[in-house]
Ligand binder design. Structure first.
Ligand code: NAP
Length: 249
């Protein structure tokens, strides 16, 4: 079973499709209203905590659980560690390499969203807020700023001076430069999500000399990690071959 919600989860399911050695199910939380349904087998909705996920893995007689969730989805990744242990299912975490600041970047890294709110300072500024719809409301603690809030789904960020921009990545550097210029943005807030699809905003900030408040991902419990799809496939094939050898097939 693949815990998804990322492009990589979907890509892994697609690469395993048609491979007779594997049967996959891609799982979504169901947060995105405008979910682009994959062509591969999938399910939508929570499991009901560690107990529910453990039962689901046992009932479906799964051999492997791949955690391909977003680096900020800490709860499901923690549940995956505990449920895999309880259900005696092999667990692999797909952990994207994070973005790193390079020459010309003006990043301030913070540990959480509260830290990001504080990092904006007291003087009113024009902020591009790309932290997703679940946490944008935390910026109500700093109502003096103008916020350009970008999200896949429409939602009310609950901020007095906010403009909502509904859009789904990937975004190009040209798109991002013209967006930042058109709203006279002075500062960006981003989660360090490490994905190519939304990196262009950081390149645009660098080109315009704008500061970025970068939120570090939460720390997750230990698990075997890989950073690429090829490595994930190699791990699955090794698991498959080992299990065949053990069964004497
Ligand atoms: P979370 O806080 O870690 O998880 C909250 C609950 O949502 C989990 O306890 C679980 O419910 C359910 N859940 C999460 N991912 C699931 C999955 N793939 N399949 C089935 N149930 C799942 O997660 P989140 O931060 O709300 O993110 C929700 C989903 O959106 C994740 O799948 C993640 O990959 C994706 N996503 C998150 C972000 C982000 O910034 N957090 C950004 C982009 C995409 P039960 O306890 O009932 O099982």
């Amino acid at each position: 079973m693949i815990l998804g919600g990322t492009a990589e989860g979907r890509q892994l399911a697609e690469r395993l499709q048609g491979d007779a050695r594997f049967r996959t199910l891609l799982s979504y939380a169901g947060r995105t209203e405008r979910l682009q349904r994959p062509a591969t087998p999938h399910r939508i909705g929570g499991f009901g905590g560690v107990t529910g996920l453990t039962a689901f893995l046992r009932d479906g007689r799964y051999d492997a659980l791949i955690d391909a969730t977003h680096p900020f989805a800490a709860q499901i990744s923690t549940h995956a560690v505990h449920a895999a242990e309880l259900a005696k299912v092999a667990l692999l975490r797909f952990a994207r390499p994070l973005w790193r600041p390079g020459a010309g970047d003006r990043w301030r890294e913070v540990d959480d969203m509260e830290g990001a709110v504080s990092a904006l300072g007291t003087a009113p500024r024009r902020v591009f807020l790309t932290v997703g719809k679940q946490e944008a409301h935390l910026f109500a603690r700093a109502p003096q700023h103008y916020y350009l809030v970008r999200s896949v789904d429409p939602f009310d960020p609950g901020l007095p001076r906010a403009e909502l921009l509904q859009a789904r990545g990937p975004f190009t550097l040209e798109d991002e430069l013209s967006l930042l210029r058109s709203r006279a943005i002075e500062l960006l807030v981003s989660k360090n999500a490490g994905t190519e699809a939304t990196y262009a905003k950081l390149a645009a900030a660098r080109a315009l000399g704008l500061p970025v408040v970068m939120v570090r991902p939460p720390v997750l419990p230990d698990a075997t990690e890989v950073t690429g799809l090829d490595e994930t496939l190699a791990w699955l094939v090794a698991l498959h071959d080992r299990s065949r050898a053990e069964r004497g097939v």
